[in-house]
Design a protein around this ligand. Structure first.
Ligand code: NAD
Ligand code: TYD
Length: 337
């Protein structure tokens, strides 16, 4: 049995990763450390909360005393760090907590991981650290870091700290940089679940600017498989790009969602653009394919239709998530836009 710590395991990708690992890796035990911020939700883990190989701990990755206790109590062989503040619009609104968690939290986790002699540290990062592309080209692992938003700047800061720990202290590290995920359990501040939630209620779909920005969409389970491959077999000190090979404009995605739900395109509402909005992301994931024999398996249109259906079938989950503070958030971000 091997014990790993997954941070941010009550969030969108973390919860999918934990479900995936409990099902496919029978020799892996998981300590799930999550602060349960607005985006962390134990409702994402309902069926696996009591699983014998899953141990949930509510706490902050920046809490060094707690980390020391956890490393003393469990024999943690490796860490997969997913805990983060993850939404660009919130980072534009206020960057402080992004620096706190993404930069300082990662630094605390690195320091305690090294003190406890943890054998492997995988940092889940994002393609957004590379900045924005023009009409042509893709991000490779050698593309210089050029983050544009406070979110991506804080993620780039974390990446550099991870690389510094590898270079300076010989920590065994891997960094994965993935493109935009979609799938079950995504908090509806991100574009795809937000548009599904609005469309199902016949509310306007707020498309920023002209809607011709391009993202390279990947199904969350393809990302989870890639993270695990990189954790198990990635070379220490390396960066691996992960992408879905599915570039779409935001308008294309929104129109597809409306079509699946049988709603009219007249619901599309062009609103004021995001400040500093990155125009295009696209990932060259050939290193993952070459070295780790990984490639995305989910076709985007099929995956999106399944995802829309998942939200339709889990209306209770969605209703619970958008109750309470979500309404205040939505008003603050979208009123007057
Ligand atoms: P999310 O916001 O859904 O989940 C983040 C989780 O981290 C939440 O459960 C939250 O409670 C927890 N958390 C936040 N601060 C914490 C802290 N200080 N200590 C412990 N837990 C804390 O985000 P997500 O979309 O699941 O993203 C997970 C990771 O993947 C992030 O590092 C993000 O940067 C990265 N990533 C996301 C995408 C994407 O498309 N969503 C793409 C590439 C990379
Ligand atoms: P998002 O899901 O926030 O991911 P990211 O900014 O990390 O790529 O947004 C995806 C794209 O959708 C991005 O170009 C911004 C756009 N967008 C909208 O047009 N309207 C919205 O309400 C949201 C949340 C995003």
């Amino acid at each position: 049995m091997q014990t790993v710590m997954i941070t941010g395991g009550a969030g969108f990708i973390g919860a999918n990763l934990i479900r995936f690992l409990l099902e496919s890796e029978t020799e892996v035990e998981i300590v799930n450390l999550d602060k349960l911020t607005y985006s962390g939700n134990l409702g994402n883990l309902t069926e696996v909360m009591e699983h014998p190989r899953h141990c949930f701990v509510k706490g902050d990755i920046g809490d060094r005393k707690l980390l020391r206790e956890l490393f003393a109590k469990h024999r943690i062989a490796g860490i997969l760090n997913l805990a983060a503040e993850s939404h660009v619009d919130r980072s534009i609104d206020d960057a402080a907590v992004f620096v706190q968690t993404n930069v300082l939290g990662t630094q605390a986790l690195l320091a305690e991981a090294m003190a406890a002699k943890v054998e492997r540290f995988l940092q889940v990062s994002t393609d957004e650290v590379y900045g924005s592309l023009g009409a042509e080209g893709k991000f490779s692992e050698d593309t210089p870091l050029s983050p544009n938003s406070p979110y991506s700047a804080s993620k780039a800061g974390a990446d550099l700290l991870v690389q510094a720990c590898h270079h300076t202290y010989g920590l065994n590290t891997v960094i994965t940089r993935c493109s935009n995920n979609y799938g079950p359990y995504q908090f509806p501040e991100k574009m795809i679940p937000l548009m599904i939630n609005n469309a199902r209620q016949g509310l306007p779909l707020p498309v920023y600017g002209d809607g011709m920005q391009v993202r390279d969409w990947i199904h969350v389970l393809d990302h989870c498989r890639a993270i695990w491959a990189a954790f198990c077999r990635g070379r220490s000190g390396q960066v691996y790009n992960i992408g879905g090979d599915s570039e779409r404009t935001n308008l294309e995605v929104v129109r597809t969602i409306l079509r699946i739900l049988g709603q009219p395109e007249s619901l599309i509402s062009h609103v004021r653009d995001r400040l500093g909005h990155d125009r295009r992301y696209a990932i060259d994931a050939s290193k993952m394919e070459r070295e780790l024999d990984w490639r995305p398996a989910v076709d985007f249109e099929t995956g999106l239709a399944e995802t829309v259906n998942w939200y339709r079938e889990h209306a209770d989950w969605l209703d619970q998530v958008v109750s309470g503070d979500y309404q205040n958030y939505y008003r603050r971000m979208y009123e007057g836009r």
